[in-house]
Design a protein around this ligand. Structure first.
Ligand code: DC
Length: 218
């Protein structure tokens, strides 16, 4: 069994940034489960399926093959053999992913893949249900959060830096909608595991958060 670190928390809390840095420092493999859900969502979007068409989403799961590979240490996501990494962060993909990830069959599809990755190697895995559902026996569990305004501001700064036009209030509204869906779904909702350490990064630097988590690891 590998050494397993689980990081859960809402959208925009900085999970992937932090997890990548901890992975680098500790020599763990970083597994971004959100990217796997995003990969499936791209499959549904490309087939012209809407999130409300649940039967079609479930059917489409059957011919989706999502694979994670590491090329030069960087995670790449393949959907049926095509590298779709560049499309993962599109806003439309994020919205579709949040809607489709409430469907139990969609979650089931990715569960084994996630557990298998953690079984054989030392991983730091981020998502919504890693500490509560995917890896309940993880060696370290962290629930990383920040206020909705802080998270919206981070996303806004990211988009502006990329030269994209966006509106801070709009982003905050999207984040709140996403929280609401992620936290209130029936299957594997986002919540802090009882044995997870709560880290609120609203007033912390990236380095400070990394330090706290590295200290928790063996
Ligand atoms: O972490 P992220 O923003 O890439 O995740 C995108 C969506 O995927 C998010 O709205 C919730 C869903 N997700 C999930 O339900 N379970 C996970 N383990 C990871 C992501």
């Amino acid at each position: 069994m590998g050494y397993n670190v689980a990081i859960d928390g809402p959208a925009g809390a900085g999970k992937s940034t932090i997890a990548k840095l901890v992975a680098e420092e500790k020599g763990y493999i970083y597994v971004d489960t959100g990217a796997m859900y995003r990969g499936l969502a791209i499959h549904f979007l490309d087939k012209g399926i809407k999130a409300e068409e649940i039967e079609k989403v479930i059917e489409a799961c059957k011919d989706a093959d999502v694979k994670i590979r590491y090329e030069d240490g960087v995670q790449q996501v393949y959907l049926n053999g095509t590298n779709i990494t560049g499309r993962l962060r599109d806003e439309a993909v994020g919205q579709m992913t949040s809607k489709c990830s409430v469907i139990p069959e969609v979650r089931e599809k990715l569960l084994d893949l996630q557990r298998e990755l953690a079984r054989t190697q030392d991983v730091i895995m981020d998502g919504r249900d890693i500490g509560t559902c995917v890896l309940p026996g993880a060696d370290v569990k962290v629930y990383l959060t920040a206020s909705a305004r802080t998270r919206a501001r981070r996303r806004y700064d990211e988009l502006i830096a990329k030269g994209e036009d966006c509106d801070l209030n709009e982003i905050e509204k999207d984040i709140e909608e996403r929280d609401e869906r992620d936290m209130n779904r029936q299957t594997a909702p986002l919540k802090q595991a009882e044995d997870a350490v709560l880290v609120d990064s609203s007033d912390m630097s990236i380095e400070e958060v990394v330090r706290v988590i590295v200290e928790l690891c063996k």
